[in-house]
Design a protein around this ligand. Structure first.
Ligand code: IVH
Length: 677
């Protein structure tokens, strides 16, 4: 007989561990550290080892068995798992809403609005509160028994968090692999010569259909519930959203972005909102789902052949499309990097026509084996550069030749270099290569650098081609008649450009440093350099060691900065620029600046009207705040601008105070800080 106090301790440990899992996965509000969780877990493991008779299948230690499966058993779904009808634009959505209103006789219908999670549908059966079976959707009637694998997913409770569980409850939802986990898994797989996955969805599917659950256990899977199937001994619910709330109390994760909305307008706004925050999420969604919230109305509306009349998916425009590679060119970047680019037959992806896709570098082209004439799958997600995902090998023309990296720069004909151990091929000619020079100038005049409005990319190219710009300082020597003489340039636009050039002379040190285009010196580093050294002269004279004192400057970046300022050509350009009248205000000593926000972690979300996000960040930092990117319980304040997304929702969930732009402006006013950078 095991001592009752030990039995009690084991039960207590299980409850505590389950409670922490609930806080972590359902409430998204962990209260203990991972290390503390591990300590409790090990104590339980130890006790169960000593007293094996105390082991129960729903103990948190029992997620992973030690036997691979022979195969997957088939499971008949008692209630079929249906699919959803689709709409692809707002007109179709409006028409769908009208149909629902006509069928129900209501003026405004209440809907549950949910992200359409792009993973794998599963059914979880809880009998008397224990997870007894998990199955894939399969064809909707018959799925596969993936219980052993699903048990390894920590977000899925092995027992429901209630003393009074329903006799039988089938929870339906989506198993997902978070993007971050997907990237990490693929990196690991590449390193260990294992198979990588094309996208998180395939990764989730592949992991669930793994015959060895010990392997599934190593994959970062998670889960969100979205509906109920079999329900015996379940309290009566009036609304779908109430079912989802109940799930949460049982310890079953529900997507935090689910919302109740009213009528077509509510659905439309929700769709637009999800589209705007989609890229910020750590998992893929391919649209949103709307469900009539009233369960009695759902019943009344019933089902068509394959899908319910009470629900619809509003899909996002597809992010992948198939097209043909016309040619492969290489592009010369600002720092001489040579990027192979596939020129494509025009194709619409995500609602935008694309004709180019990046192939990143030589190794990538090799790995994907992209050839001229190939049919390829291209992808454009959010505002990232379109890329070639893979080649449809079956459609390759018989004479297609493997890609060869050119030996010489396509613009200045210099012999290209690819340093040992680096992925990037470079043109070594620097600013004497016209391509690099043009890119450097475009960078120099860009908004976050010298901010010369009206001096756009086309105009820079015209000016360089006309021989009017031989170094950046020539910008400040341009005359009205030279500009006005260019194609598509009238007197008036010429005057505007000249005025913008004049205005740009008054700048800030961080902007000027950033504009110089030193390798690896972005906005943030430029800012740090300026704050640290206070003057250009000190930066120019700083030693490698001194440079490395600056936050985010490691040995490599320090080398780039050091060599940049020791290059005589660069020295002459800087001198010339200053001689043209470029100047900036002195940087005040932080030591004398009050730090009212010292010790505060602040998160910025949405767009601000009066300054850029980087300006706001710098201003907050100058008052002592730490500006972080995600909201947690350690966040003291969230500053929300227009179109604030998931971070705002998160702040509201955690009860973190949210302030608006005016709060920031008042504070900056009070302490005499002007947004810079
Ligand atoms: S409800 C009859 N809700 O979409 C209701 N499904 O096309 C069916 N899905 O197989 C499911 N997110 O894999 C529902 N919030 C959500 C969903 C969702 C993703 C998937 C699910 C299903 C497919 C239907």
């Amino acid at each position: 007989m095991v001592d009752p106090t030990i039995r009690q301790r084991v039960e207590e440990l299980r409850n505590t561990l389950n409670e922490h899992a609930y806080r972590y996965y359902v409430l998204d509000e962990p209260v203990i550290s991972d290390a503390e969780y591990d300590r409790l877990y090990r104590e339980l493991e130890q006790l169960e080892k000593q007293y094996p008779e105390l082991i129960s299948p729903d103990s948190p230690t029992q997620r992973v068995g030690d036997q691979p499966l022979e195969g997957f058993k088939q499971v008949q779904h008692e209630i079929p798992m249906l699919s959803l009808g689709n709409v692809f634009d707002e007109d179709e959505l409006r028409a769908w809403d009208k149909r629902v209103r006509d069928l129900t006789g209501l003026d405004v219908v209440e809907y549950s609005a949910e992200p359409k999670l792009d993973g794998l549908a599963v059914s979880l059966l809880y009998e008397n509160g224990r997870l007894t079976r998990a199955a894939t959707r399969g064809d909707g009637r018959t799925g596969e028994d993936v219980t052993a694998n699903v048990r390894t997913i920590k977000a899925i409770p092995l027992r429901l968090r209630t003393d009074n569980p329903p006799a039988r409850l089938e929870v339906r939802g989506e198993v997902l692999m978070p993007r971050s986990g997907f990237e990490a898994y693929n990196a690991w797989a590449r390193e260990h010569g294992e198979k990588t996955f094309a996208n998180p969805r395939n990764a989730a599917a592949g992991s669930l259909r793994q015959l060895d659950p010990r392997k599934t256990a190593g994959r970062p899977l998670t889960f969100f519930a979205y509906s109920m199937g079999v329900a015996e001994g379940v309290p009566p619910f009036k609304k779908h959203s109430d079912v989802l709330e109940w799930f949460k109390t049982l310890g079953i994760p529900v997507n935090p972005l689910d919302k109740v909305v009213q009528g077509y307008e509510g659905m439309r706004d929700y769709y637009r909102w999800m589209q705007s925050i989609r890229d910020e999420l750590d998992y893929d969604i391919d649209g949103v789902v709307f469900k009539v919230n009233d369960l009695a109305l759902q019943e009344k509306l019933g089902f068509a052949t394959k899908s319910p009349r009470w629900a619809i998916a509003h899909k996002f425009p597809a992010e992948e499309a198939t097209t043909r590679v016309r040619s492969i060119d290489v592009q010369v970047g600002r720092t001489g990097s040579i990027t192979p680019v596939a020129r494509l037959e025009p194709v619409t992806v995500g609602g935008v026509t694309i004709t180019n896709a990046t192939l990143h570098n030589e190794d990538e082209v090799r790995r994907k084996d992209v050839r001229v004439g190939d049919t390829v799958v291209v992808r454009r997600a959010g505002d990232v550069i379109p890329e070639v995902v893979r080649v449809v090998k079956e459609k390759r023309p018989p004479n297609a030749q493997p890609f060869q990296m050119p030996q010489r720069c396509p613009v200045c004909d210099s012999v290209l270099e690819r340093p040992e151990g680096e992925a990037v091929t470079r043109c070594p000619a620097g600013l004497s290569c016209d391509a690099q020079f043009k890119e450097a100038l475009k960078h120099f005049v860009s908004r976050k650098a010298m901010d010369i409005e009206g001096l756009g990319e086309k105009l820079i190219e015209q000016l360089v081609d006309a021989g009017l710009l031989k170094n950046p300082a020539d910008i400040y020597r341009l005359r009205q008649e030279q500009l006005a003489g260019l194609e598509r340039m009238g007197q008036k636009s010429a005057d505007n450009v000249l005025r913008a050039i004049e205005k740009s002379k008054r700048t800030t040190l961080p902007r000027f440093l950033y504009a110089l285009g030193i390798r690896e010196v972005g906005e943030a580093t430029a800012n740090n350099l300026a704050q640290h050294f206070k003057s250009l002269e000190t930066i120019q004279n700083a030693s490698l060691e001194e440079l490395q004192q600056v936050p985010d400057v490691g040995p490599v970046v320090a080398e780039h900065i050091y060599h940049f300022f020791r290059n005589p050509k660069n020295q002459r350009v800087i001198e010339d620029l200053l001689a043209q009248g470029i100047h900036w205000p002195e940087i005040p000593d932080d030591a004398h600046r009050p730090q009212p926000l010292a010790g505060e972690n602040i998160v910025l979300t949405g767009s601000l009207q009066s300054m850029s996000r980087s300006q706001a960040k710098a201003a907050l930092q100058s008052l002592g705040a730490k500006v972080t990117s995600s909201v947690s319980k350690n966040t003291q304040r969230v500053i929300a601008g227009e179109k604030a997304g998931s971070k705002l929702v998160r702040a509201e969930e955690l009860g973190v105070p949210v302030v608006d732009e005016n709060w920031l402006l008042d504070l900056l006013d009070q302490y005499g800080v002007t947004p810079e950078g």
